[in-house]
Design a protein around this ligand. Structure first.
Ligand SMILES: *Cc1c(COP(=O)(O)O)cnc(C)c1O
Length: 348
């Protein structure tokens, strides 16, 4: 067993274990974790200073997850855009291939929280073959994004088997991997893994830092290992109420990322995820934060603020395509020119 696998096996998965570290009402929270499983790596848990601090809020179960909030269990309509098991095709030139159903730490705000951690393991042989056949048959597809769950929960060999097959597809140019392991399980980024990945360039990695407290010697080292084998690193931050909805925090985060050679890519408006409504901020908050970043910090540290529209309508950058507002409803134009309604929140 590799040391990261040992770390993973020692993650906290029950409320009884979690109460050794933090005071919790385990009885009332049990139904929460029955619906949305609990897992926190010991490394990530150690970053928590208080239950309701920016790290704690991201991973400790909360009673509000059970609120009947009128939000969606599949906010991005990925079910309908699935063209083979685990393969989501929304844009003409790129596909999302979900190769893992699990993560080292389950984020309480996850877009796929209604699914992740419930089904075990990684993509099966038949599903993978169906996905590869689909891509092979479509020369317009030039980029594959490996996501999940977390693709880096596969072993190096399992991952390499997929990369080898992807590289056999002649028209495929770019491979991108979305992983949060540098942030939640940094010892997963080993020199062996990096030595393997660099054989499959051009390969990009996007990670997800949401708070400056996540930039530690360990996560910095993980990013260095990846960057040192020539992998360009990007970051997708999710804008989260009472975690990072503050211009100063966001500035520190974005600037801190540049110092560890990670380039801020997106700032995501929270998706309309059922069970995560308490993380939503009003659009106004994101606009205010962007106004405090743009021009005030390096352009390289400034992400694009995007909303991934409900119903699989795609990502729109803000505020360029903001058409109009009627009460809490915004009318936004997507890449296809469609006008899509978006329900904003008051944030309280
Ligand atoms: C977000 C997303 C992508 C990638 O979009 P980029 O803007 O290139 O980062 C691709 N496919 C789907 C279905 C997505 O949701």
């Amino acid at each position: 067993m590799e040391s990261w696998q040992k770390s993973l096996s020692e993650s906290i998965v029950s409320l009884d274990e979690l109460t050794h570290f933090l005071p919790l009402d385990t009885e009332s929270l049990q139904p929460v974790i029955e619906r949305y499983p609990l897992r926190i790596t010991r490394y990530y848990l150690n970053l928590i200073q208080k239950r309701n601090d920016p790290i704690g809020r991201q991973c400790i179960p909360d009673l509000r997850e059970l609120d009947e909030d009128g939000l969606l269990s599949d906010p991005l309509n990925e079910g309908n855009l699935t063209v083979a098991p685990g393969l989501i095709h929304r844009y003409p030139d790129r596909v999302l291939l979900l190769i893992s159903n699990s993560c080292p730490t389950f984020c309480r705000f996850c877009t796929r929280k209604n699914r992740i951690g419930k089904e075990r393991g990684h993509i099966g042989r038949d599903s993978l073959k169906a996905a590869l056949d689909y891509i092979e048959a479509r020369p317009d597809i030039t980029e594959v994004i490996l996501s999940g769950g977390d693709p880096f929960l596969l072993t190096d060999d399992q991952l390499e088997e997929i990369l080898v097959k992807l590289r056999e597809i002649r028209h495929l140019q770019i491979i991108r991997i979305h992983t949060r392991t540098p942030v939640t399980l940094p010892d997963r980024i080993t020199s062996n893994l990096c030595g393997m990945l660099k054989r499959y360039h051009p390969l990009y990695v996007n990670t997800q830092f949401n708070h400056p407290l996540e930039i530690t010697p360990q996560s910095s080292r993980a990013c260095s290992l990846l960057a040192d084998v020539g992998i360009p690193l990007g970051n997708q931050t999710v804008l989260l109420k009472e975690v990072n909805d503050d211009p100063e925090v966001m500035k520190q985060l974005m600037q801190g990322l540049l110092t560890i050679r990670v380039r801020p890519y997106y700032l995501h408006q929270m998706d309309l995820v059922k069970g995560a409504g308490h993380f939503r901020t009003p659009i106004q908050k994101g606009m205010e934060i962007m106004a405090r970043l743009r021009g005030h910090i390096s352009g390289m540290a400034t992400p694009s603020y995007v909303i991934d529209l409900p119903g699989g309508k795609g990502k729109v950058p803000f505020p360029l395509d903001h058409l109009k507002r009627v009460g809490n409803i915004l009318y936004l134009r997507n890449d296809l020119g469609e006008i899509v309604e978006y329900l904003d929140t008051n944030g309280d």
